[in-house]
Design a protein. Structure first.
Length: 168
């Protein structure tokens, strides 16, 4: 098995603190009023990858808002090609405020939820992905300002299983 690109947080004795998988973080600073920036509806980064997935992995995704989002009637969702809201359902940007955690509320379709009976509100289901990148989609209007830290908690299944934060 290859070396994962993420890392475990460790205590002073180098013992992993989190053992549910590797945590990979991706920070997005929205500037939707700027053409082709994150948050610009229908711009170059709309429907772009937050995380690149290689091989077969188990994945959970959540976000922490560190700066409240703005943008009248703008909505966001996180998913994969073909189902852009499996990880995080469509949410009005202005309802995501600093200090809030954004979790999943999707329903299953052509993918599997691991360890949960359903993808009900307020849970954090785990999905099996095979090379499907994790995308952020801006819907309706621009998300003009704000900052979200996305956390992908993942475990490799195949020898080439890996998740890497994008840098765009």
């Amino acid at each position: 098995m290859g070396q994962p690109s993420g890392s475990f947080s460790r205590d002073a004795n180098r013992v992993p603190i989190w053992t549910d998988g590797v945590i990979t973080k991706r920070t997005i600073t929205f500037a939707g009023a700027t053409t082709n920036a994150w948050g610009n509806d229908d711009g170059d980064l709309d429907d772009s990858a937050l995380f690149t997935v290689t091989g077969l992995v188990f994945v959970k995704v959540l976000a922490e808002c560190t700066t409240s989002l703005t943008g009248a009637s703008s909505t966001l969702e996180v998913g994969i090609t073909g189902d852009t809201a499996i990880f995080m359902p469509t949410e009005t940007s202005t309802e995501i405020d600093s200090g809030m955690i954004w979790l999943n509320n999707a329903t299953n379709a052509a993918y599997y939820i691991i360890g949960e009976e359903s993808a009900a509100a307020d849970n954090l289901p785990e999905y099996a992905l095979n090379g499907q990148d994790i995308l952020l989609t801006v819907e309706t209007a621009d998300t003009e300002t704000g900052v979200l830290d996305f956390f992908c908690i993942w475990r490799p299944i195949s020898d080439d299983g890996d998740v890497v934060a994008t840098t765009t």
